[in-house]
Design a protein around this ligand. Structure first.
Ligand SMILES: Cc1ncc(COP(=O)(O)O)c(C=O)c1O
Length: 417
């Protein structure tokens, strides 16, 4: 695939937020746990003998109440080592959320599995047992759910459905760190889960991530394939590689920051939960505007972003214009999120499926696939009228929520039909 070099490369972390202005708090500079320097110094003072990543793994597993944490440099690699460890066959299908980040997909695409995008449930950004069921075929091996914005998918019916069809369920919990579904943490609701501690995430470091699981065999396989590059020591020879593994170990300096962030995250999440519920209530008082619904099953909402739908029949402006007026009014980063629709955003999938490039040739594929804006019509339509800002952060106070709602109301009233 050729990409015009005239187009600006995508940016991540603080670079993606550069130049944002507004009267509301911004994600950067991040709030950093008070012990970060102490832990970083320990790493340096030890002459790099201190395994801070192991210390972080133990702490994150304990805080999550699971047996294993395997730390990685991001969630993209976390989900990549999971995809590799599952060891399905090329052409096997993984049912996945369509509204997500490319990082959800990379691992399964590189393993030559085929993503099958279940549509979202009406009025939200997540898939459900009802939208997953019609996607199940004899090639389906797993369901990868994404708790988009931090709203945790309704996991009990999804797990029941998976059990009926003998499918693995795993979670992309990047946007829901320490959120709770019926009193259980996001990421502990299935076989395994990936997290992101990227700079802009709710628990932000420089570029971290991890997998958590209670499965001893899976944990050992993840360490072998993800940390040891698929290598084992062969007596009298040295390292032998029986799989094409990865060097996706979390750097110890990143682990030092992650450990410090872990110490403050649960208080931050509790605060975010309070603020997002308040902002949602205030926004829902504005005719024509609907905050993303928070299901009763989500007893702690750990929101990475704030999202709301606007009713196109009530306003004379487009969704993009509404979002721009929010930015002009002081909401940094407000915008549409059409690029989250993976079947449309991943042009390489569209082209590979159309041109029957491996694994879309038959075999290993057993049917044809189409990836475009028609693949998940409900998700596509939802995103056409959805606005979000991922600068919603732990710095919000009740006054900021009121200010944000006032700005939304002003824009709504100025554009009312
Ligand atoms: C839902 C989701 N999955 C995966 C990723 C990728 O995470 P990372 O940047 O840590 O690789 C992100 C990051 O934005 C995400 O939001």
């Amino acid at each position: 695939m050729s990409t015009p070099q005239t187009k600006e490369r995508a940016k991540y972390g603080a670079a993606a937020f550069e130049g944002m202005k507004g009267t509301l708090p911004q994600t950067f500079p991040r709030t950093i746990g008070p012990n970060a320097m102490k832990y970083l110094k320990e790493v340096v003072d030890s002459g790099l003998t201190l395994r801070m990543s192991a210390r972080f793994e133990e702490a994150f597993a304990n805080e999550s109440g699971v047996k294993h944490c395997i730390a990685t440099p991001g969630c993209t690699p976390a989900l990549a080592i999971l995809a590799a460890a599952f060891d399905f066959d090329p052409g096997d299908e993984i049912i996945v959320s369509p509204v997500t980040d490319y990082g959800t997909l990379m691992g399964l695409v590189k393993e030559n599995y085929i993503p099958v995008f279940a549509d979202t449930a009406p009025g939200t950004v997540n898939i459900s047992a009802e939208t997953i069921e019609p996607c199940i075929t004899d090639r389906t091996r797993a369901i990868l759910v994404v708790h988009k914005t931090g709203i945790i998918c309704d996991m009990d019916p999804i797990n029941d459905l998976a059990a009926k069809h003998d499918l693995v369920v795993y979670e992309d919990a990047c946007q829901a760190v320490f959120g709770e579904y019926k009193g259980r943490f996001a990421g502990t609701l299935s076989r395994a889960a990936g997290f992101s501690f990227d700079a802009e995430k709710t628990m932000g470091s420089d570029i971290g991530g991890c997998v958590i699981t209670d499965d001893d065999d899976l944990a050992e396989k993840l360490r072998w394939i993800g940390h040891s590059r698929g290598g084992r020591k062969e007596p009298g020879f040295g390292r032998m590689h029986s799989a094409a593994g990865y060097a996706y170990r979390m750097p110890d300096c990143t682990a030092a920051i992650c450990l410090a962030q872990l110490e403050i995250i649960c208080d931050q999440v509790a605060h975010r939960d309070k603020m997002v519920r308040l902002l949602s209530r205030l926004v829902n008082e504005i005719p024509g505007v609907t905050a993303l619904p928070i299901p009763d099953s989500v007893n702690v909402y750990s929101p990475w972003m704030f999202g709301m739908s606007i009713d196109p029949n009530r306003f004379s402006c487009s969704t993009a214009e509404f979002a721009q007026q929010l930015v002009d009014g002081g909401v940094p980063g407000a915008g549409m999120a059409k690029y989250y629709l993976m079947p449309e955003a991943c042009m390489f999938l569209t082209e590979n499926a159309r041109n029957k490039v491996y694994p879309y040739c038959m075999p290993p594929a057993s049917r044809e696939y189409v990836y475009d804006e028609t693949t998940c019509p409900t998700a596509h339509a939802f995103l056409e009228t959805w606005i979000r800002w991922s600068t919603f952060c732990e710095k919000y106070t009740e006054e900021h929520c009121q200010l944000a709602a006032d700005i939304v109301r002003k824009v709504a009233d100025a554009n009312r039909r």
